[in-house]
Write a protein that binds this ligand. Sequence first.
Ligand code: BGC
Length: 340
Amino acid sequence: MRRIISLLAVLALLLSGCGTDKAPTVRVGVALYDQSDTFISTMARQLQQLFQEEEQGRGIKINLSLSDGQGSQTLQNEQVDRFLNQGYDIICVNIVDRTAAAVIVDKAQAADVPVIFFNREPVEEDLRRWEGAYYVGAYAEQGGRLQGQLVLDAWREDAAALDRSGDGVLQYVVLEGEAGHQDTLLRTEYSIQTLTAGGMEIEKLASATANWQRSQASARMNQWLQQYGDAMEAVFANNDDMALGAIDACLSAGMTVEELPYIVGVDATEPALEAVRNGTLKGTVCNDAAGQAKSIVALSCALLDGEAPESAVELEDGKYVWLPYASVTAENLEDHLKTE
Ligand code: BGC
């Protein structure tokens, strides 16, 4: 609070003409868990663009600094320390290890710098340690349900197109994201639950983690192709990069587009939308990167202005901003692109 009040005092001075004519500067630190992650790099781009727009609109200087945790919590803690030691006004953290937020919350509180976590949800207890800690993310459970619904709808429309063995049962595999990530757990659980709740008979052939990564998914799918071949009728990938990895493996094993299993992902990244267009990916669920980035920026600005966060974003339990998912298939692809 003290920091925000002094920032406001500087702003007031400048506006009243008593300061120098140099635009005031605020500093925002964004700590990414791994900048090479496709979805995260998209979010980083959106954040850069939106903070830049905010800077122009407000006539102030916003110094945005991104750090890459490269998958290491130790490295990310050092980066957060640096932001705090250098007097940053707000920090946004895409935490490497979801169970390690307490340390960051406590340090932010000691420095009186608000912290907005995003995409990788800290355990609630840690978030509740300080009122200046928030989370912006998407409803993982809904993402899973919508992914399941894509397959359920296709089955209801033309079961034979999916059920290549003709046994009335859908044989499937799951490519999972990082172990322990809320999106891995909830997307997996609710996509499958949606099928059974919809009355489908299903059989899991295999599941394994590919850590959100295209190359790991492709290697895993390769093994499964050797083991199960055509028996794999559907592939549930916890994200688009892994769905694309599965497609890579099938195509390089010599399958035609028509022979591919029914593959679905989550995120609606650009290469995934292209795959929906060319028919290799049957559907995805949009993980609204732009919406999440917008909420982070709106919340940051409210906190910097010393305004109630509720005035800028819809806040649940005083802590959480939740963004909805939306399905994307070949049928609504063009509409989806228009809304982006
Ligand atoms: C996205 C993944 C991404 C992960 C990183 C998930 O919400 O769907 O693509 O790798 O977040 O934390």
